[in-house]
Design a protein around this ligand. Structure first.
Ligand code: ZN
Length: 254
């Protein structure tokens, strides 16, 4: 039986008040759902690890998100390196570049912190979950020069950019933004790139404004919308996107 894989959610975020317990129960009974729960700062790393230790279908990713880069970043990076060495985790993330005005860390500091986390991922042979806002060109240049496996999460850069990130070796993560009738560019991107390099995500508890009841219901609707756009069955969408996610995030560490 095919099951869904939520490749980007924040289960340890204090704002998370969805029916996770229900989803986990359903997941356990029917094997319908796997989660990659991403951490964003030292504040949620240990809870992310605890969730992954406790539930077989929750996989942990740890990372320092650009929002949370502050004067203590060197200390936080060494803490991250220690946790990654000592625990079984599935990815580094959520990491990335965010050159929008809401982020305090300047562009060169963000790039340096991102590069150091990519080095941790490469050293431990782990994929990454990447956040990118108003920084597609520098991100693409970086990824073209480094060998990085992972997902461009919540990607909104359009078809042409998506193709270039895929050529650089990345997968494209789509969420409930796709359900917006007016998201024409987003729909076109999915139609152009097809299922080979697509993965699903809820980004819960963020990005749940359209269908807020649970990550599982959000993912089901997104899978349905992709099936409609690609003129194929929902099962086919679930099978391929889950296979993609498994190849990235469920594997033995070497
Ligand atoms: Zn996120």
């Amino acid at each position: 039986m095919s099951y869904l894989f939520d490749t980007h959610c924040h289960l340890a975020d204090p704002k998370f008040n969805f029916t996770l317990a229900n989803d986990l129960d359903t997941a356990k009974q029917h094997s319908t759902l796997e989660f990659l729960s991403v951490g964003t700062s030292p504040a949620d790393w240990s809870e992310t690890l605890q969730l992954a230790n406790h539930f077989q279908n929750i996989h942990a990713a740890l990372g320092l998100h650009p929002y949370f880069i502050d004067a203590n970043h060197a200390l936080h990076l060494s803490e991250l390196e220690t946790l990654v060495s000592l625990n079984s985790i599935s990815a580094i993330g959520e990491i990335g570049l965010d050159y929008s005005k809401q982020v305090k860390a300047d562009e060169s500091l963000q790039m340096s912190v991102f590069r150091q986390q990519i080095e941790i991922a490469q050293f431990h042979n782990l994929p990454v979950s990447i956040h990118c806002l108003k920084a597609y060109n520098p991100m693409l240049k970086f990824l073209q020069r480094h060998s990085v496996e992972g997902v461009m999460h919540g990607f909104a850069g359009g078809s042409e950019m998506a193709t270039q990130f895929i050529e650089a070796g990345l997968y494209i993560g789509v969420n409930s933004v796709l359900l917006n009738q007016n998201a024409r560019r987003y729909h076109e991107m999915v139609q152009l790139i097809g299922l080979e390099r697509l993965v699903l995500e809820s980004d819960a508890p963020f990005g749940m404004n359209l269908y807020p009841d649970s990550p599982l219901s959000s993912l089901r609707l997104v899978a349905g919308k992709i099936a409609e756009l690609l003129n194929c069955s929902v099962d086919c969408v679930i099978e391929q996107t889950t296979r993609n996610a498994e190849q990235l995030f469920i594997r033995k560490r070497s």
